[in-house]
Design a protein around this ligand. Structure first.
Ligand code: PLP
Length: 391
């Protein structure tokens, strides 16, 4: 069966070049980089190379990169480090639309006695900056704001926030798991203190991530153990995956223009054609200020799960809300925070493209989705009511 994968914000295909780069470090060069002999030393050298490649994509120095196991670990490490390094401060500022990696952590920290401010967004998914700045206080230890939202794709003004927070004694962490590789990032001119990224969102394997820690930022390890990562993250390095992440970052830098031209045009075509062919369909979130690969579209009076099931019969892989909330019938917290009407939030689908998508695949979705929505609406009591105007 044909397969059209447009769920790249959930995870991505490992690039063949990335796989080729990592494979020998699983089979042939399996030494522990901490060992003294040459056989292991060559693995250590390759790790150094990977660190430089990750740093280059971010506009950072190699020593500022700490390898982790995933985006979630990077987020937890960054936020905990900020709290442990500032033990007298008990206030955290984050947003209402963070990924659970930050949102659930902050909810848990609230149960453990921290005060947490969740900054709201408007109906386009843009952050209420006045609310954010008005809620900072002497007691604020850390501000954690995602750079771009995984569901709507809306980009937050991280450079502006970083400038404002600079020199205020508040650690600024950003979850850039969906941002790295999609839009250019240059941390040499954006003063964030910590930034999280994850390999499997940019064509490296699952199970590897990184945390950028700006030189001079107070730090405390989350995984305490050996001396790996200069004592900043204990545990034998996931060498092959780190090497893969390095290669993936190098390739991401080369493909970023394609992402912002060809991939963006494909996304725009998909969106335009679906909106033209399907009545009562609307894009969730700001259509200008967002990632080039993402669109979230609400189809009124149908269930997202129903759409996913029928699209699956045609081999089309997308997601309703975020992948992590699929399976739950509640509209996602992101769409609720944006005030997307209930009937539309329930029928929202996120399409997220990558450099491996083709125009032919987009045409395939444009051909098959409208009849699917039509079919579901014939069975929808909400749709029938909206058509007859009865209450
Ligand atoms: N942050 C954001 C914005 C994400 O989209 C995700 C994954 O979907 C994560 C964090 C978690 O990353 P990982 O799956 O590598 O733990």
């Amino acid at each position: 069966m044909k397969m059209v994968y447009v769920d790249n914000n959930a995870t991505t295909q490992v690039s063949p070049e990335v796989f080729e780069e990592m494979a020998p470090y699983l089979t042939k060069y399996y030494g522990n980089p901490s060992s003294m002999y040459t056989f292991a030393g060559q693995v250590g050298d390759k790790l150094k190379e990977a660190r430089v490649k990750v740093a280059d994509l971010l506009g950072a120095a190699p020593e500022e990169v700490v390898f982790t196991s995933c985006g979630t670990e990077s987020d937890s490490t960054g936020i905990h480090a900020a709290l442990i390094s500032n033990p007298d401060k008990r206030h955290i500022v984050t947003t209402r639309v963070e990924h659970p990696a930050v949102k659930s952590l902050c909810e848990d920290l609230a149960k453990r006695g921290y005060r947490v401010t969740f900054v709201p967004v408007d109906h386009k998914g843009n952050l209420d900056l006045d609310y954010l700045f008005d809620h900072l206080s002497e007691d604020t230890a850390v501000v954690s704001i995602m750079w771009a939202n995984n569901e709507s794709g809306v980009i937050f003004p991280v450079p502006q926030i970083a400038e404002t927070l600079q020199d205020r004694g508040i650690v600024f962490h950003t979850d850039a798991v969906q941002t790295v590789g999609k839009i250019p990032i240059d941390l040499s001119s954006v003063p964030v203190d910590m930034l999280s990224l994850s390999g499997h969102k940019l064509h490296a394997p699952k199970g590897v991530g990184a945390l950028y820690v700006r030189k001079g930022t107070k730090f405390s390890p989350f995984l305490i153990g050996g001396h790996q990562e200069h004592g900043r993250r204990g545990g034998t390095e996931n060498t092959a995956s780190i090497i893969a992440l390095g290669k993936a970052c190098e390739l991401a830098g080369q493909h970023i223009e394609d992402e912002n031209t060809r991939v963006k045009q494909l996304r725009d075509k998909l969106e335009k054609e679906l909106l033209a062919r399907i009545e009562k369909a609307a894009v969730n979130g700001d259509r200008i200020n967002r990632l080039p690969n993402t669109t979230s579209i609400g189809f009124d009076s149908v269930e997202g799960e129903g759409i996913l099931l029928l699209m699956d019969q045609f081999g089309i892989c997308a997601s309703s809300g975020s992948a992590c909330t699929s399976g739950s019938l509640e509209p996602s917290h992101v769409l609720r925070a944006m005030g997307v009407p209930f009937t539309s939030a329930h029928g929202s689908i996120r399409f997220s493209l990558s450099r491996y998508n083709t125009e032919e695949q987009i045409d395939y979705i444009i051909e098959h989705l409208p009849p699917i929505i039509d079919r579901l609406r014939q069975m929808s009591p909400f749709w029938k009511k909206s058509q007859t105007g009865s209450t």
